[in-house]
Design a protein around this ligand. Structure first.
Ligand SMILES: [Zn+2]
Length: 287
């Protein structure tokens, strides 16, 4: 029995901006339920000028997520996902970049049964593969976060395709699995980014709708953690503390962690908007 039968992927592709939740048609559970996923609560993150990951960089992805700009995505393109609609009491932990490799973090993740999708920078992961081998051995998954961590929006297709595609062969060789998910650095993306992700064979572009940074959980829509939240953390010097804060939130919420890869099925084409859906003209919710 596939667990996807009761899981609906929420996609923030163009059709979502028209008000329709996209996912495999068989996985849509009635009316779109990812209300916060369609809300642009803040301006799009301001991207820094840094384009080459030549050493540890200060995190600039701590800000809350924003919806992608209008005009991103469309039929036949990877959905842009910010949270997952599911009846399961789960949230999704994603940890980005890979600069800092605190030896206490991996045992902590294992001890607390935290499922992790690591969106790693290609050049960083290739240099420090043994650490990630351990993460994979305890159930983590490595996904694509570009080769050098540039901002992508506004760059031509060739540039974006090179950045997004380049880590894939390395990760297949290093980790025995080809990534299926892509997260744009700084949440910076445009329509070309989604086209490039498709060209690279990736199934979903994954943003986030919550962060844990400096020991605090923040959500795009203020309030407690909700099932299906995609939570962003970073492999930085504060990760151990952030994970302790996350565990406290998980304990109080009763949610478990799950892998995005178990809820986002590679190759599933976005479904067309439901015919006659009122959601196609519904304004974004502000709550
Ligand atoms: Zn990053």
């Amino acid at each position: 029995m596939s667990r996807f039968s009761h899981v609906t992927r929420v996609a923030l592709a163009l059709s979502l901006f028209l008000g329709a939740a996209c996912g495999g048609g068989h996985r849509r559970a009635g009316a779109p339920r990812n209300q916060e996923g369609a809300v642009a609560t803040e301006p799009f993150p301001t991207a820094p000028e840094t384009t080459v990951a030549s050493g540890p960089q200060p995190s600039v992805e701590e800000g809350l997520p924003a919806a992608p700009p209008s005009g991103v995505g469309g039929q036949g393109l990877p959905p842009v996902v910010r949270s997952i609609v599911t009846d399961d009491p789960v949230v999704f932990v994603t940890i980005d970049d890979g600069w800092d490799k605190d030896p206490t973090v991996l045992p902590f993740l294992a001890d607390h049964h935290i499922a992790v999708t690591a969106f790693l920078i290609g050049r960083v992961a290739a240099r420090t593969a043994p650490y990630w081998d351990t993460l994979l051995a305890q159930g983590g998954v490595v996904e694509d976060h570009t080769e050098t961590h540039p901002t992508l929006a506004g760059h031509p297709l060739g540039f974006q395709r090179t950045e997004i595609c380049s880590p894939l062969d390395d990760y297949q060789r290093l980790f025995g699995r080809r990534p299926t998910l892509f997260r744009p650095p700084y949440g910076s993306l445009d329509h070309t980014t989604v086209v490039a992700a498709r060209d690279c064979g990736l199934s979903d572009v994954v943003l986030w709708d919550a962060t844990v940074s400096r020991g605090k959980l923040r959500r795009a829509t203020p309030g407690p953690l909700r099932r299906g939240d995609v939570i962003l953390l970073h492999w930085g010097p504060g990760l151990a503390g952030d994970l302790k804060a996350l565990v406290a939130v998980l304990d109080s919420s009763g949610f478990q962690t799950a892998l995005l890869e178990d809820y986002l099925r590679p190759g599933a084409a976005p479904a067309p908007p439901p015919v006659g859906s009122e959601a196609t003209t519904a304004p974004p919710r502000s709550a």
